[in-house]
Each structure stands twice: as structure tokens, then as C-alpha cells.
Write a new protein. Structure first.
Length: 417
């Protein structure tokens, strides 16, 4: 039994055309016109398969094949993108999941558990600045009143946007996932990194999802003329920021665990003029690791260095934790199941960790969760250059199909037409 890669490629061609930035990558934000068209196409495909379909209060799409009253084997991902993003992030897991169900139906496979395709809404956080929003709502992390406090760049709150999109937002509590509703969740995703390609492996079996802490560091000095203020009389927060940032990179690279990473990707400087000593500098420090001690080590280094540099350069400072997520270990049972299927199919694979968060992790308290990675060429993602080969998509699809088969039926339960 194999997936039909031609059908998957046709689905890709159609969905990828729904973008707000033609010729400049994919821009398909949740609740946008492009999102609506993609949803309509996918819902039509699900209806043609006779699936039991539900769109919940926040816009997550859930479609079951099989006995809808039994705990499901859930597969899927998301279809929203960042601005000028790639074709494959999220969408690959959805379209491969859809194809798996097509094959199960065509081959008349008798299932002991229903297979459920899920399309999570607003995974990227492009609208509201909060990642995994759909899966967080699905698992009860946000309530109705919380949605009214989450606003987009236009100042419209999530409650209002979802309601305008035609969703029955008031049902949010009723739609929260129940404990025994899902048996297993498996998300297939492009790696978004270059590890698999560099190791010449077709499959990554994810063992853990990195935890994260994000800090906002604020440094305040004295703004003055760039030409008339002697160097010894300056209190320059940009100089202080440069020392702190340099130290954090060194600490993550040379002093922390091998799995620890730290990034400063955003800096705000005021007044941000070429001939003026800055008055203030703010920057975000993103720290990630699959081991909590790695995150905590860099956080302590950050606090100590900010204190030291503030004193040295006569700056006032503040460090504020603005976001965090826990390290998540995935199900050993599902890891073993995926590994066994990869061995049986002769696919080269490696066990690895994920530095990016994914919707599947939100379900770990409710079900056995696993993830399958397939290679990203050059490690490119969140950009128009993002690419995963047709062959790797097919390999990932066939692996997912065989994992689902091993979880949903025994040999004597497979009935080929």
C-alpha cells in the first residue's frame, strides 16, 4: 500500500495558489480570504471521502474516517503561513494526512480505531502573535474571555475576527478536547533545518520538543550628540547591548549543553538616528533546549551579564520574561512504532529533537504523541526558498500510512477490495 504522490502534488498546486503574495512565497494567514479558499477546497475533498467533519469554535477542522465514537488516531498539521513563507511548512502534514485517509478508504481497510485528520488554525501566530493558538484553544488553554484580549495589528480581537469568519466562538468550552477522545496524535512535518540533509537521512523520528524562554532586555542610558560627547562621558545602551548579546552567543556555543541554542533576533533602538547616542535599547533573547538546565544556565548568564554591563556603562536595566514553554518528551511507544515501520520499509532514519514548537505538543497530556520529520533542502523554511523533494514527501507519506496501519488494525483486519 502506497500513497498516490500525484494526488498529493495536485493538492499542493491548488492550495499553494491561494496566497496573498504571488511570486513572493506563500502568505496565507488564518481567517483570511486565502485561508477561506484553502478550507473550502479541503472540506470538499473530505466530503467526497464521506468523512465525519467538524469545524470547532476557533476554526480547527477535524474529519474522521471510521467509527466516530471511538478514540481516534489523529494525523495532520496546519495550513496557515508566515508572511512570504514557503509551500511545505504545515501543509505537507495536512495533505499527506488527507492522502493516507484516501488510501485507507480505497483499500477498504477495516479499522480498530478511526483515523482523524486535523487542520489546526493559526499555528504560526502571524495574525495575533501567539503561536499554536488553535491547538491551545482545542486543549483548553484559553477561554472565551481570553480571546477578547488577544488582538491583531489592526486592534481587532480574536473573538471578533473568528466571529466575522463565520465561527461559533461561544462554543469554545464545548469544543475542548476530552481525555479519551484521541488515542494517538502523529504530526508529519518538514524538518525546517538541515540536520537530516547533512546526515543523509530520509526520516527524523522526533524524541523531544525543545522548551523555550524568551526575555525582553531593556537598557536605558543618556541620549546625546554623537559628535560632541566624549567617549568617557557616555552612557550608551547600544554598546551595553552589544556586549550582552556577544556574551550570550558565546555562552550558548561554548559553555552550555550541546543542545542549547540562544538567539537575539529583534532589537529596538530609540531614537534610532545615525548621529545620536541612543537613549534606550530593547532586545529579545530566545533560549531553547530539550534539557531545562540548558535554558536555565543561559538565563542565569543573561541576568548576571546585564547586571555587570549596566554597572560598567552607567545604564539602568530591566529583564522581563515575556514567553515560555516546557520541554516536551514524546511518547516512547509511538517513537518505537515509527522506528519499527521505518526499519520494515528500509528507510534511513535518525532519532532527533525539534527546536521548533508544533501543534502536536499541546496534546501530550491527552494522548500518545509522535512526530515524523522529512528533510528540508538547505534547511530553508519560512521563506520562498523552502523546499522538500517529491521523493521525500512520498517516503514520509508511506511511513505515516504504515504507522497508522500498525496502530489501527492487525493483518487479519485488512480487507483489500
Amino acid at each position: 500500500m502506497d500513497v498516490n504522490i500525484d494526488r498529493v502534488l495536485k493538492d499542493f498546486e491548488i492550495i499553494v495558489s491561494y496566497t496573498n503574495t504571488p511570486e513572493k512565497g506563500c502568505t496565507r494567514f488564518s481567517y483570511s480570504a486565502e485561508d477561506k479558499r484553502a478550507r473550502e477546497y479541503l472540506l470538499t475533498q473530505m466530503e467526497q471521502l464521506g468523512l465525519s467533519i467538524k469545524v470547532d469554535a476557533i476554526g480547527n477542522i477535524r474529519a474522521k474516517y471510521g467509527d466516530k465514537d471511538k478514540p481516534s488516531i489523529m494525523i495532520g498539521s496546519h495550513i496557515d503561513t508566515v508572511k512570504n513563507g514557503g509551500k511545505y511548512d504545515g501543509l505537507t502534514g495536512v495533505l499527506v494526512g488527507l492522502e493516507v485517509i484516501r488510501v485507507l478508504k480505497e483499500e477498504n481497510v477495516q479499522l480498530s480505531h478511526p483515523v482523524e485528520l486535523i487542520i489546526f488554525t493559526e499555528e504560526e501566530g502571524s495574525n495575533f502573535g501567539i503561536t499554536l493558538l488553535g491547538s491551545k484553544v482545542l486543549t483548553g488553554k484559553y477561554e472565551l474571555e481570553d480571546l477578547k484580549l488577544i488582538k491583531n495589528v489592526d486592534g481587532k480581537d480574536l473573538y471578533e475576527v473568528a466571529k466575522d469568519f463565520g465561527l461559533e466562538v461561544e462554543n469554545i468550552k464545548k469544543d475542548v478536547l476530552k481525555k479519551n477522545e484521541v488515542d494517538t496524535m502523529i504530526e508529519l512535518h518538514i524538518e525546517q533545518g538541515a540536520v537530516l540533509e547533512s546526515k543523509n537521512k530520509s526520516i527524523g523520528i522526533v524524541q523531544a520538543i525543545a522548551g523555550m524562554k524568551t526575555y525582553k532586555v531593556s537598557l536605558n542610558g543618556i541620549s546625546n550628540h554623537a559628535g560632541t560627547t566624549p567617549m568617557e562621558l557616555r552612557a550608551d545602551p547600544m554598546v551595553g547591548a552589544s556586549h550582552i548579546i556577544s556574551h550570550i552567543q558565546k555562552a550558548a556555543n561554548e559553555m552550555a549543553l550541546p543542545t542549547t541554542v540562544a538567539t537575539v533576533g529583534k532589537i529596538d533602538c530609540r531614537p534610532n538616528m545615525g548621529n545620536v547616542i541612543p537613549e534606550s535599547v530593547e532586545f529579545l533573547v530566545d533560549i531553547r533546549d530539550v534539557e531545562p538546565q540548558g535554558i536555565n544556565f543561559i538565563a542565569n548568564e543573561l541576568r548576571n551579564k546585564v547586571e555587570e554591563i549596566s554597572s560598567k556603562y552607567s545604564l539602568s536595566s530591566e529583564i522581563k520574561l515575556v514567553g515560555e514553554s516546557e520541554v516536551v518528551k514524546l511518547s516512547p511507544k509511538i517513537i518505537e512504532t515509527i522506528e519499527q515501520a521505518a526499519i520494515e520499509q528500509g528507510y534511513s532514519y535518525m532519532k532527533m529533537n525539534s527546536g521548533a514548537v508544533h501543534d502536536a505538543v499541546m496534546l501530550t497530556e491527552l494522548a500518545d504523541v509522535g512526530m515524523i520529520f522529512i528533510p528540508s533542502v538547505g534547511g530553508k523554511s519560512h521563506s520562498p526558498e523552502e523546499y522538500t523533494s517529491i521523493e521525500d514527501i512520498k517516503i514520509g507519506g508511506n511511513l505515516l500510512l504504515n504507522v497508522v496501519l500498525s496502530l489501527t488494525c492487525k493483518e487479519d483486519r485488512i480487507n483489500f477490495v
